[in-house]
Design a protein around this ligand. Structure first.
Ligand code: PMV
Length: 315
């Protein structure tokens, strides 16, 4: 069997994080500038079923048997094997590397699951469809999140900008104008499961306060879709700003994220907001292409630990 490599991009959420967990729409786009890679090679001299896993970025150097059953990588192996109707696997070594920062709202967990599902199914001679890969990544996301909405696995598996509603059909968005974004890392690690759980507790205690905020975020995503489809970056920028203040009201921002969002706007961004679970992780700024460097420089001097550029191409 030839050696195989498969890749998956990172992702950003443009609008609608958290509200999407409660049935509101959200918009997400892949970030091709960072990615996870899964490489597999056969070990013909080893006994069948002996699977080595080497993943330095997540501190793994082990064999599949040694992983807990619910571990995301063990889950991917089990799901792919079931999907392909195989009762045993040949000996192999899986190497995972990733340039997607961990616990930063860029979808590193889902990207690893997608890359491993693709590499493993191709290695076994039956590459799985985006739909099945997405379903498998959703299963593994439960390990990190508990109650994922499904947006991360969907945007990363399909590799396109999507308009997503829990339980609804997946919609690939058309984009009238190429969008340029700066993504800056606050440097604070944030565990999505913890932030989602904290918000759930607040909502359950005071639904009258939080439900209207979630609904307003849904309206922001609906309007953002229109701005994207008709090519109105300035309008989209304002909606990102509105989304950030609604996320502040949900209690999922942080002093650092608020500072970076303000600095990006002062440096001329069309709009800025936290992206992903919040309470740390990354923020995004929508910029004019010729202003991208200046916004990134301002963010770095205000304390961002990293800044990358991405574009969402016209489609
Ligand atoms: O994985 P993150 O940090 O980008 O967060 C995912 C977005 C949430 O809406 C907060 C959770 C979810 O499952 O949709």
């Amino acid at each position: 069997m030839p050696a195989i490599a498969a890749y998956a991009p990172g992702k950003i959420i443009l609008t609608g994080e958290h509200a999407v967990v409660y049935g509101q729409p959200a918009i997400a786009a892949p970030v091709e500038e960072v990615r996870a890679r899964a490489g597999i090679e056969a070990n013909p001299t080893e006994p069948d079923g002996k699977i080595n896993i080497i993943a330095p970025d997540i501190g793994l150097d082990t064999s599949l048997d040694a992983l807990p059953l619910e571990h995301p990588i063990a889950t991917v192996f089990r799901e792919v094997r079931q999907e392909l109707g195989l009762d045993h696997l040949p000996a192999m070594t899986l190497n995972i590397t990733s340039t997607i920062p961990i616990a930063a709202g860029l979808g590193s967990g889902a990207a690893i699951s997608v890359a491993v599902s693709r590499a493993l199914s191709s290695f076994l001679g039956s590459p799985l469809s985006d739909e099945v890969v997405s379903r498998i990544a959703f299963e593994t996301d439960r390990f990190y999140h508990g109650t994922p909405s499904g947006i991360d696995n969907s945007v990363i598996s399909y590799g396109r900008m999507i308009y997503f509603m829990r339980g609804g059909p997946l919609e690939i968005l058309t984009n009238a104008e190429t969008l340029t974004l700066v993504i800056a890392d606050s440097g604070e690690k944030s565990l999505t499961g913890k932030v989602v759980h904290g918000l759930r507790t607040r909502i359950e205690l005071d639904p009258q306060r939080y439900d209207p905020i979630l609904e307003k975020i849904g309206v922001v995503s609906f309007s953002a879709r229109q701005a994207i489809e008709k090519g109105d970056p300035a309008g989209l920028g304002n909606l990102l700003n509105d989304n950030h203040s609604l996320l502040q009201q949900l209690g999922v921002s942080s002093a650092n994220l608020d500072l970076l969002v303000r600095i990006a706007r002062e440096a001329g961004a069309l709009g800025a907001k936290l992206s992903g679970a919040g309470c740390g992780g990354n923020m995004i700024a929508l910029v004019e292409p010729d202003n991208a460097q200046a916004v990134a420089a301002a963010l770095l001097s205000a304390g961002a630990v990293n800044a990358i550029f991405t574009t969402i191409p016209q489609s």
